[in-house]
Design a protein around this ligand. Sequence first.
Ligand code: PGA
Length: 252
Amino acid sequence: MRMPMIAGNWKLHKTRAEARDLIEGLKSQLEGLTGVEVVVAPPFTALETAAASLAGSAIQLAAQNCYPETTGAFTGEVSPLLLKDAGCRYVIVGHSERRQLLGESDEFINRKVHALSQAALGIIFCIGETLDEREADQMFDVLRRQVRLGLKGVTPDIMKDVVVAYEPVWAIGTGKTATDAQAQEAHAFVRALLREQLGQAAADATRILYGGSVKSGNVDGLMAQPDVDGALVGGASLKAEEFARVACFQTV
Ligand code: PGA
């Protein structure tokens, strides 16, 4: 009952011409694919080009970040309204690279969640523990804090627009994927947190994506886990053939 989502986070990659090529490749490789929602998240500068290439296709467009205000004196920032205007359906918030490199707090991420909800945009809300936190047995505490504070004030109605992405920081860009069992354990825990905070129906309906070195060689096992509803894919989303194979995952 949860439609799987495979989302490609391009990070700081792709000029406009490269974005167009990648999307054209994806469109031809994914033609006719049903039963999975495919999303691409190019850098801001390629969003308009990507939206034009995606016109008429089922692939959805996402941005990688936003600022939680609509307009105003916020030099260098981009609002949900502008992203919607550029053709976005979703926005990624709380990615670990922004938490770690840009110092984004749970409170700031929570403001983005509410701003996006007000703009009627879908939200891909990222959480995940670092290696130090996992080794210090703090994984569950970290996930609990990120969900409590990041989704503070979120009602079951707002939650309909939220997709959670569990991305253990130690697995991002390292080639070191969580095992299927590690992913399932964390996802089941996150779903239990959602149940406590939002109730059974919202927890059951929320898609929880796994992220961290997902590629064609490991997606099938991850997607076979009962609480893994999709993937947020970095490196393996930059080539059409590889990302298309991830989107065409097989579960047995
Ligand atoms: P990766 O990135 O697939 O390159 O590990 C995932 C992400 O950061 O979303």
